[in-house]
Design a protein around this ligand. Structure first.
Ligand SMILES: [Zn+2]
Length: 335
């Protein structure tokens, strides 16, 4: 069995992993967790919005012995569509309110007011990082989201350390910025279980700072957040993609080591007199197979430039590169 197969898996007593399919994504599915909670259930994440995803939720609820009206609340780890996308729809269909991290407020408000404007800002930044053609391509295309989303805001904007009550204890929100600004993990302290969202994934390296309200220091935040969860007393990790696992510290070490390698590669890709993130990105290999930059499609090239920029900004904070703006282009130079 593959983790993304549409089969509900009980991963701990009273906790069910429900793989909710994604329409067009290399990730295949997102895990929604259903926690039996007294006379109902509490959900972690909600899945993509659509009929197939809804069917998966209903299958999961049946295994948990519940119906949609029994959902006390939905704890959303972050604002990406595969996690948040179905929350308001489920609420309107009878589920309880959804909660989202308060540091996602700005990104959320962009989605429900002017997503086109947020794209414009991102494309301007892409251009500032030297990716002139990619930015032009982006401006010429319509983009996926044209209309503001009609979602109601969450029932609660959750702060770091806030607790969601459960019949057998509570879930504590752990602010873990990086993947997005307001990403939350949820810790069941008594049971030593961490719902890790997209912050710690078993096979994939989480993307950094891909969000409407952009964060130039996303990688700085991400690595600090990795150290933060590694210090928690956790015996079981329930990630949003992939199967559940136990060795949290081991996985954090791998992710940190991965970024150390990428940091070296980004720094080495800079010319003597300095380079943009775009130029550096075009000189290093991508994906696990070290695919050349020019073989990536425009979307993945854009992600590659963002990733490179995030790494170079971190190096600038550490002081091993300098950052200056030359003729409107952000340029990094080895110290
Ligand atoms: Zn995500």
């Amino acid at each position: 069995m593959v983790w993304s197969d549409p089969e509900v898996e009980t991963v701990a007593p009273g906790i069910h992993r429900v793989p909710v399919p994604l329409p067009n994504d290399g990730l295949r599915a997102v895990n929604v967790y259903m926690i039996e909670d007294g006379d109902g259930v509490t959900l972690v994440d909600s899945g993509w919005n659509g009929p197939e995803a809804r069917a998966a939720i209903d299958r999961g609820l049946a295994v948990a012995g519940a119906e949609l009206g029994d959902v006390h609340r939905m704890l959303i780890t972050h604002m990406h569509y595969d996690h948040l996308g179905q929350a308001d729809e489920l609420r309107r269909a009878g589920a309880g309110e959804y909660w989202l991290g308060e540091e996602e407020k700005e990104s959320f408000s962009i989605l429900v007011t002017d997503p086109v404007e947020s794209r414009r800002e991102r494309l301007d930044q892409l251009e500032a990082h030297g990716a002139v053609e990619l930015a032009e391509k982006g401006r010429a295309s319509d983009g996926a989201v044209k209309e503001p989303l009609t979602w109601q805001p969450p029932g609660r904007w959750v702060a770091d350390g806030e607790q969601a009550p459960l019949a057998d204890g509570q879930l504590t929100a752990i602010l873990t910025p990086g993947h997005t600004r307001g990403h939350l993990c949820f810790l069941h302290g008594d049971r030593k279980i961490l719902f890790s969202g997209d912050h710690v994934l078993p096979h994939i390296t989480p993307s950094i700072g891909f969000e409407p309200h952009t964060n130039p220091l996303a990688l700085v935040d991400f690595l600090e957040s990795q150290a933060r969860v590694a210090a928690l007393d956790v015996e079981l990790v329930l990630p949003a993609h992939g199967e559940v696992f136990t060795d949290l510290v081991g996985r954090v070490d791998e992710l940190t080591a991965h970024h150390d390698v990428r940091l070296d590669a980004c720094r080495a890709a800079l010319s003597e007199d300095g380079s943009s993130a775009f130029t550096a990105a075009s000189r290093i290999g991508w994906t696990r197979r070290e695919t050349p930059f020019e073989e990536l499609n425009a979307f993945n090239q854009t992600l590659a430039v963002w990733e490179t920029a995030a790494h170079l900004e971190l190096l600038a904070v550490r002081g091993t590169v300098t950052r200056r703006v030359v003729d409107g282009t952000i340029t990094f130079t080895r110290v």
